[in-house]
Design a protein. Structure first.
Length: 220
């Protein structure tokens, strides 16, 4: 059962990480760029990507929310065991997981809904860089904040995967120790059984000799 819970957590986390990595198409154009290289072309490309994202089918948002809720519920369910390993690894995992959800719910989603959901898509065809209008100053900061928030979510979700890997490693080490202990007990039991068998054989021989001596005296 523990292996199934861990598989669900890792799968849900990896799915969410994959979604965040797709945003790197836009985030790589705005993240860690100096003012000299932060051109209107890069900003327009990132803003257009987010606008296309917000004009997508809303059913996808329900799928993403269901996966995120499944991962959080599974980690919380693991805490019911009360074991030290679960409290340490799963406790840290749920903290990081909830941190990622909080950043996305309180930073990313409000930003997208306020600034990009109503943004028109002016570039339906290929537009030369010289023909682009100046990038709106009101969209510059929201576009940069999206890239930073996505990076924070990616880092903390990577931490969740690292903690789950640590938990798996710790559990495997415990299993190996238990197997070694059982093997040692089996060897000790075998030695004791052998000693008892030797003692029983010696006692049987002594009893036979005693009976022979008694029979010889009776005949005499």
């Amino acid at each position: 059962m523990a292996g199934l819970r861990m598989s669900v957590v890792v799968s849900a986390t990896a799915f969410l990480l994959g979604l965040l990595f797709t945003h790197w198409i836009a985030d790589s154009l705005t993240l860690w760029k100096s003012p000299e290289t932060q051109t209107d072309v890069r900003l327009w490309t990132a803003a257009t990507y987010y606008a296309v994202l917000m004009h997508g089918p809303p059913q996808l948002a329900y799928v993403y929310a269901a996966v995120a809720l499944l991962g959080a519920t599974t980690i919380l369910w693991s805490l019911r065991d009360g074991r030290a390993g679960n409290l340490m690894f799963d406790g840290g995992s749920i903290f990081l997981y909830l941190t990622a959800l909080a950043v996305y719910l309180y930073s990313v989603l409000p930003n997208l809904l306020a600034n990009f959901s109503t943004l028109p898509l002016p570039f339906t065809n290929a537009t030369p860089a010289t023909g682009l209008p100046p990038f709106p100053p009101t969209l510059r900061e929201p576009t940069l904040e999206l890239a930073s928030s996505h990076l924070v979510c990616s880092v903390v979700l990577t931490g969740v995967l690292a903690l789950q890997a640590g938990r798996w490693w710790a559990e495997q080490a415990d299993v190996d120790e238990d197997d070694d202990a059982e093997d040692g007990e089996g060897d000790e039991t075998g030695v004791e059984t052998g000693v008892e068998t030797d003692r029983t054989a010696e006692e049987t021989q002594s009893e036979v000799r005693r009976r022979e001596k008694t029979a010889a005296k009776a005949k005499a």
